[in-house]
Design a protein around this ligand. Structure first.
Ligand SMILES: Nc1ncnc2c1[nH]c(=O)n2[C@H]1C[C@H](O)[C@@H](COP(=O)(O)OP(=O)(O)OP(=O)(O)O)O1
Length: 187
């Protein structure tokens, strides 16, 4: 089984107003939170939006992987990652990918495009679920609200995973996440 990660950096939205001069013009509607998504430029899920992330390398903890992948894909140094989910993806009845999901409000740098990903700050209320994996609309809204999730998502129709049909799922919110340690899981 592949072990992988996703990381969702969050920030307070920009109002477009100069806070020094236009503070009275800013309303709650204009200051929604934003999440950093990527448009994947190659590989699994190419052309779709997702969080930065990818496969864990040998000897690497999931947390280290999420930090490295975010740096490599969009040039952002993320810190203080909070574990938000553990997602098990099955393909044709077989375990395919175990994905550790993180969120953070702590990061340094400006998102920059790479060969693998084009980054974009997106209002949390306007995430393009129609351009993402089918399962994302089920768990990502809760993750962006601060919940934790454990889920199993079943795909059918052969490889690659991103061409298979999403058929079924089970999900539990406020789950205690067994893998929320800085240690490599063993399967
Ligand atoms: N079903 C579903 N929903 C949401 N996200 C995902 C899935 N399946 C997935 O595999 N993923 C995520 C998990 C990972 O973040 C990526 C896939 O990793 P990938 O881009 O193949 O890994 P890298 O290590 O970056 O790629 P290469 O360097 O090998 O090209 O999708």
């Amino acid at each position: 089984m592949i072990e992988a990660t996703l990381c969702f950096p969050l920030r307070d939205g920009e109002t477009g107003a100069d806070p020094a001069t236009d503070a009275d013009l800013a309303t709650d509607d204009e200051t929604g939170r934003e999440v950093l998504l990527i448009e994947k430029r190659r590989g699994l899920g190419e052309g779709w939006y997702n969080g930065p992330g990818g496969k864990c390398e040998p000897g690497e903890t999931p947390r280290e992987c999420a930090i490295r992948e975010t740096r490599e894909e969009v040039g952002l140094e993320v810190r203080d990652l909070e574990k938000a989910g553990e997602l098990r993806f099955l393909l044709d009845g077989e375990a395919h990918t175990f994905c550790h999901v993180y969120r953070t409000r702590s990061f340094e740098g400006e998102p920059t495009a790479s060969e693998e990903a084009a980054p974009e700050w997106v209002p949390v209320d306007d995430v393009p679920y129609d351009r993402m994996w089918d399962d994302d609309r089920l768990w990502l809204p809760g993750v962006l609200e601060g919940k934790t999730v454990a889920g199993e998502f079943r795909f059918e129709g052969g490889t690659p995973l991103d061409e298979a049909d999403f058929v079924d799922h089970e999900m539990a919110w406020d789950a205690s996440l067994e893998g929320d340690q800085d240690e490599k899981r063993s399967y």
